[in-house]
Design a protein around this ligand. Structure first.
Ligand code: FE
Length: 207
């Protein structure tokens, strides 16, 4: 979507939609993996159906396509930035994100993250919608438990209270999601953040 040729579309409105932040846990058959996501939504209540959308560039996308299962760990407001760095700014392709974390497994064999999750929902994929850059999984719930009374972290809470406010002295464009800085006069329209995989529309000009 090009905002330059669509002046009636202000993409900053998308930040007004309320989102939570979740640690998605999967397993590729050899090791546990985790990914920070925000596109989780209950679709129906009877039967309960949950939608999860993931960028295809993420390793978790491949593992879910193979294993057809995942867990949504609802992160609480107590979750520190280091958790977002560990699970959101690295890839499970070349790192073991659960190294040093004692694995607590649930009925479907996947791990949960009780240290900072206030609840978890185990999902089994029953349908898939191809969204070009992303894949949408329609899932049924196989297990669900509340772990604490802590409030769920919203995306807005993360931006305001968790993400460090860095003093940037470089010239270029900064990713509003993870803080990655692209140095240069013009940010290519098809640029994808190498850290969090968000598109050029999530960057803003600095200096
Ligand atoms: Fe980024």
């Amino acid at each position: 979507m090009n905002t330059k040729i669509n002046p009636g579309i202000d993409l900053s409105t998308l930040y007004k939609i309320g989102y939570g932040l979740y640690l998605l846990t999967t397993n590729d058959g050899y090791k546990d993996n985790g990914l920070i996501i925000n596109s989780v939504c209950q679709l129906t209540s009877d039967p309960v159906r949950i939608m999860v959308t993931i960028n295809k560039a993420n390793y978790s996308f491949e593992t879910i396509m193979k294993q057809k299962k995942m867990i949504i760990n609802c992160l609480s407001e107590k979750t520190p930035f280091s958790v977002f760095e560990r699970f959101g700014f690295a890839s499970g392709r070349n790192t073991d994100k659960f190294k040093d974390v004692y694995p607590i497994r649930t009925k479907n064999g996947l791990v949960i993250f009780p240290e900072y999750a206030n609840s978890y929902i185990s999902l089994e994929v029953i349908d898939f919608v191809d969204m070009q850059t992303h894949g949408m999984f329609i899932c049924k719930v196989t297990e669900a438990k509340v772990l604490s009374i802590d409030k769920t972290m919203t995306y807005d809470y993360y931006q305001t209270n968790v993400k460090p406010k860095k003093q940037i002295t470089k010239k270029g464009y900064v990713c509003k999601i993870c803080g990655y800085v692209y140095e240069g006069e013009e940010l290519p329209e098809d640029f994808i953040c190498p850290i969090c995989k968000h598109p050029s529309s999530d960057f803003e000009r600095i200096n």
